[in-house]
Ligand binder design. Structure first.
Ligand code: AAO
Length: 512
């Protein structure tokens, strides 16, 4: 009864903050640039069985085709229309993905690019993913339709028409971000057109939205179109369920626009999370893991129930967006797994795991000149499907971090401990730390340059547990390290600083 009342209360007052995941599922994955057909398969064969709550998909609406450079990933952030038609697939494929994923309890979250259309220099013609005609010069997008009246050109005060100064909140909202044609969101027509696009997706069955470039829209303008959104499709969601909203607001401090200004609309992407955690794990600026004892709001992060958190995203893993050099990615696999492990074990925030494709990273003067590379593709530019190797990893250049055993098992860990408190913190005043989640799970890290050898209070029932980092529990035995918890809840941990993965995680569902 208490649970029901609680759910009802959440439903009434905080719906846009609730991720609408199936019961007990606590993390989502960004399958960056994946095709809809592959995501449908992935939901059924991998994400559902391992308890992933949902998938953030790349923007599904028609975008400009950029051929110089050749088909960069970022062309998808330049809308031409709201037709569901991209390199990931058409509307039929999108609908099939949404149904098949929902049917196995995995939700779909759409990356909604509604602040702008294509770049001002995109020209005119039919070089768009579905062949819709447009003219960037005259601001004509007949398949929406939008015309010159629907853009902010007159409102921007800079001579260039571009955002030149992030200290000026008017420029940030009313001028062009990287040359992208800025929609006039104070207009009822623009608001209702955007709501129409999002409602089309809601009716298909999506569970919520990442709102791209939210910093570049006035919070009140966003509220005006968010208030027009339908409740979620009752084929999969209980009636009256509101879409989950998380807004991309890059707030690393030092700018007048902050994440908290957007809380009325939903959660915000907390960019300080990955930037600070990366600094700690890299031991920059004298930072140590022992400092993580009070990780969360005390570190200047937004309140936990307003945060969407991640170690890296599709921008800052390649030097776009913000976060800086401290951001950990699959390129730094050992530290990256520790960072994702820490994130998934820690109760703060709603978590998103990144799943990337590899590109030929190449630095010239400190910048990656290949940061634009698009997803693995065929010679006609179409995106390749994701082949699965015999060892369950992905082929071609799909990295599939979410299939790395250490990461996948920590998603399970987070689900298992989700109702438990943060407990039993231990540290050595340096880079060896441990903490528990009540009586359900315990994790130990060694990021020092010497061995960890320590008896620790785990809070867990006595028994033999399989470390889910070095292996799995399979057929009643552990394929990796075994941990013995005695009747007083203590266990001995030994982690070499040279271990492949210098951390150990145990939970009650991996107990023999
Ligand atoms: C492409 C070309 C451009 C061309 C344009 C139009 O690259 O040269 O002009 O087409 O033809 C993506 C790509 C862009 C691409 C765009 C469209 O990243 O390169 O442009 O698609 O194809 C800002 C926004 C944030 C945005 C981020 C990239 O606030 O919303 O830039 N992210 C989203 C998406 C992203 C996408 C778009 C938006 C556009 O995730 O994939 O762009 O739809 C400061 C500000 C941040 C600002 C950054 C970067 O950050 O605070 O708000 O992000 O600058 O400009 C320190 C500071 C930190 C600062 C940072 C970097 O860390 O603490 O605050 O330095 O200066």
């Amino acid at each position: 009864m208490r649970v029901l009342l609680l759910l009802a209360a959440v439903g009434l007052c905080g719906a846009q903050y609730s991720p609408n995941t199936a019961y007990g599922r606590t993390a989502i994955v960004h399958l960056f640039e994946w095709r809809w057909a592959d995501i449908a398969l992935e939901c059924e064969r991998y994400l559902a069985p391992y308890g992933f709550g949902g998938v953030q998909v790349s923007p599904p609406n028609e975008n400009v085709v950029v051929t110089s450079p050749y088909r960069p990933w970022w062309e998808r952030y330049q809308p031409i229309s709201y037709n569901i038609c991209t390199r990931s697939g058409n509307e039929d494929e999108f609908r099939e993905m949404v149904s098949r994923c929902n049917n196995v309890g995995v939700r779909i979250y759409v990356d909604a690019v509604v602040n702008h259309m294509c770049g001002s220099g995109a020209g005119y013609g039919t070089h768009s993913t579905c062949g819709s005609y447009f003219d960037a010069g005259t601001r004509d997008f007949p398949s929406v339709p939008y015309s010159g009246w629907d853009f902010n050109d007159g409102k921007c005060s800079t001579y260039s028409g571009e955002i030149e100064n992030y200290q000026d909140i008017y420029q940030v909202r009313d001028c062009r971000l990287s040359g992208l044609l800025d929609l006039a969101l104070e207009k009822d027509y623009v608001r209702s057109t955007i709501a129409g696009y999002l409602n089309h997706l809601i009716d298909i069955g999506v569970a919520g939205f990442r709102i791209d470039a939210a910093k570049h829209m006035w919070p009140g303008d966003m509220k005006a179109f968010l208030d027009q959104l339908n409740d979620l499709n009752t084929q999969w969601f209980s009636s009256g369920t509101r879409p989950f909203i998380y807004q991309e607001v890059i707030d690393l401090g030092g700018e007048p626009i902050t994440g908290s200004q957007y809380f009325d609309n939903g959660r915000v992407t907390e960019f300080k999370y990955g930037a600070k955690l990366g600094t700690v794990l890299r031991k920059w600026d004298g930072k140590k893991m022992s400092y993580l004892k009070n990780w969360g709001e005390d570190w200047g992060l937004v309140p936990s129930d307003r945060a969407l958190v991640f170690v890296d995203n599709h921008d800052n893993q390649r030097g776009h967006g913000a976060g800086g050099a401290s951001i950990l990615t699959f390129w730094d696999a050992r530290l990256y797994k520790m960072a994702v492990g820490f994130m998934l074990a820690h109760p703060y925030g709603f978590t998103r795991v990144m799943s990337s494709f590899r590109w030929p990273r190449y630095y010239e003067n400190g910048e990656d000149v290949n940061d634009w590379y698009g997803p693995p593709h065929n010679s006609d530019g179409s995106t390749k499907s994701v082949p699965i190797n015999e060892d369950t990893t992905c082929g071609d250049d799909w990295v599939c971090e979410h299939r790395w055993r250490q990461i996948r098992n920590m998603v399970v860990f987070r689900n298992v401990v989700s109702t438990e408190d943060f407990t039993n913190w231990w540290d050595n005043d340096s880079n060896q730390v441990a903490f528990g989640r009540g009586s359900k799970g315990f994790i130990v890290f060694n990021n020092d340059d010497w061995e960890l050898n320590q008896s620790l209070e785990t809070g867990l029932p006595a028994g033999t547990y399989c470390d889910v980092i070095s292996g799995d529990k399979e057929d009643g035995r552990c394929t990796g390290i075994e941990v013995y918890v005695s009747s007083d809840g203590r266990a001995n941990f030994q982690i070499s600083n040279n271990a492949e993965d210098p951390f150990i995680a145990i939970h009650v569902e991996a107990k023999l």
